[in-house]
Ligand binder design. Structure first.
Ligand code: FES
Length: 108
């Protein structure tokens, strides 16, 4: 029997430089894969404040900034660190192996 966990390759390991991000679509969900200081994070694309893409913002340390009203979100926990956003964004586990960045789909 093969490994039952389903993995989805999101990027090559060296595809994004620190501070870069890309949009990915996983199971119909619009997400952002971000390289923050050498570590990869996977979060919801849309801001929790209004329907605005965080892809238009920027990565700073381990946070992503929404460029519409300036809220920062913790890339690891999704927590909104500054108003006006007060709700967290979703975060998802990724791993790096075999030269690729993978989304590990949770077992049902
Ligand atoms: S839409 Fe992101 S902070 Fe307002």
């Amino acid at each position: 029997m093969m490994n039952t966990a389903t993995r989805v390759a999101l990027a090559d390991e060296n595809e994004l430089k620190p501070g870069e991000m890309k949009k990915v679509d996983v199971d119909g969900k619009k997400l952002i894969l971000a390289n923050a200081a050498g570590d990869y994070y996977l979060v919801d694309e849309m801001c929790s404040h209004e329907d605005f893409s965080l892809y238009l913002g920027c990565i700073k340390d381990k946070t992503i900034k929404c460029s519409l009203h300036g809220s920062y979100f913790d890339l690891k926990t999704g927590e909104a660190l500054e108003e006006p956003a007060c709700e967290a964004i979703g975060t998802y586990a990724v791993s790096v192996s075999e030269g690729r960045v993978w989304f590990e789909r949770p077992d049902d």
